[in-house]
Design a protein around this ligand. Structure first.
Ligand SMILES: [Zn+2]
Length: 394
């Protein structure tokens, strides 16, 4: 008993010692001091290096606003007054991890942001809660071959915010329907977009062949349900190794393959093509390849209201291979929420994937599949690498 007690004291003092020297970053959320902005659900975010060593952070996990008021990544955890999670309807910027994009935070340095939360999440009237998802900090800038192992995670607070949808920036209230099957503003790059789209379709064809090859009918099932048995390829990138039945819901969702299936359905049935626009939101860095605005739901695999913005970086990527143009198109398509009928008469709505910084490179995405399959199937890059399938696995 005494020894146990002594051990506890020793551990506690080690912890206290470590916390003084350890690098630390704090994310402080606060209400806007401007009363009009506070009414419209603007908040302030301060990111401060409160430790004694220089650290580095990456824009994917920062509240960066592109074309105001649209956020470029889903960094907040927002709950409505009824406690339900308010789904994200901002944009997702596909960034190729580049050392140039890391932001250096010397001890005491602070980054300040202002964001209209209500314009980026499906909020309802009443007092909701806003917290911060995750901010990782690193000892040095990472590159595209990095395993993305952070020094630590920032601490953050959460705050109560009054949401009044009537006062929220109207430009986000409805998404203007975009015309289908178009490539606009691409000039001499229009041909490259068409080629990338064809290459994406090839990836999808390959993926559905893979799924089909590992899917078998359930003997004697009157509804004709099938079972998919994951093998090397899907386990490597999506992590899940248990068989998935076509009528098998996971938390009310049909397993981990809904995106693979929905994208295959899309390409297979020649439903509405997403609108491709060349041009990037203001303020995006040169490492942003593409941006998807995730503020509406793709119904029945019809992508004709989905807009994918292609930035200059996109045209420097290889047509196919790892981190390709084709894979980037697939990546963007998984960011949209989807609504589909899975088993007879059951319609599911599933939120789009996110961009997790710890799964943002080829090697780190595989680590996420190994260590955190739940995150892997929510991370757009894991789907991208599954579709790109390099080197080929079966
Ligand atoms: Zn993305």
């Amino acid at each position: 008993m005494f020894r146990k007690f002594a051990g506890l004291v020793f551990a506690a003092s080690l912890w206290a010692g470590a916390s003084i020297a350890a690098p630390q970053v704090a994310v402080q959320l606060s209400k806007s001091s401007d009363s009009h902005k506070a009414e419209a659900s603007y908040i302030n975010i301060d990111v401060t290096n409160t430790g004694s060593v220089t650290v580095y952070v990456f824009p994917t996990e920062l509240p960066v606003v592109g074309d105001a008021p649209v956020l470029l990544s889903n960094v907040f955890e927002v709950k409505n007054a009824d406690g339900q999670v308010a789904t994200y309807r901002g944009a997702y910027a596909k960034r190729i991890v580049s050392p140039d994009d890391f932001i250096k935070l010397a001890p005491g340095a602070k980054l300040h942001y202002e964001v209209d939360v209500g314009a980026n999440y499906n909020v309802t009237s009443g007092e909701g809660t806003v917290g911060y998802r995750r901010l990782s900090f690193y000892d040095r800038p990472q590159d595209s071959s990095s395993d993305m192992k952070p020094l630590g995670l920032a601490t953050s607070n959460s705050i109560k915010v009054w949401f009044n949808p009537a006062l929220i920036d109207g430009s986000r209230a409805t998404h203007a329907s975009v015309s289908p099957s178009t490539v606009t503003g691409c000039g001499a790059n229009a041909g490259a977009v068409t080629a990338a789209y064809s290459a994406a379709k090839q990836l999808a064809t390959n993926a559905i062949q893979y799924i089909g090859a590992h899917t078998t009918p359930i003997a004697g099932d009157p509804d004709g349900n099938t079972v998919f048995t994951p093998s090397a390829r899907s386990i490597y990138w999506l992590g899940q190794s248990e068989p998935v039945q076509s009528n098998d819901g996971v938390d009310g969702r049909p397993g981990h393959y809904s995106y693979v299936r929905i994208i295959d359905t899309y390409f297979g049935t020649a439903n509405g093509m997403p609108k491709f626009t060349c041009g990037c939101p203001t303020g995006t860095s040169p490492s942003v390849a593409a941006v998807a605005e995730a503020n509406f739901t793709v119904v029945g695999a019809d992508y004709s209201n989905a807009e994918i913005k292609l930035c200059p970086k996109f045209f420097t990527l290889p047509l196919s291979g790892t981190d390709s143009q084709a894979g980037t198109i697939i990546h963007e398509m998984t960011h949209f929420a989807i609504s589909y009928t899975w088993s007879p008469s059951v319609t599911y709505v599933e939120e789009g994937t996110g961009d997790y910084l710890d799964g943002s490179t080829y090697s780190s995405a595989h680590q996420v599949a190994l260590n955190n399959p739940t995150e892997a199937v929510r991370n757009a890059n894991n789907y991208q690498y599954f579709f790109e399938n390099i080197p080929a696995k079966n």
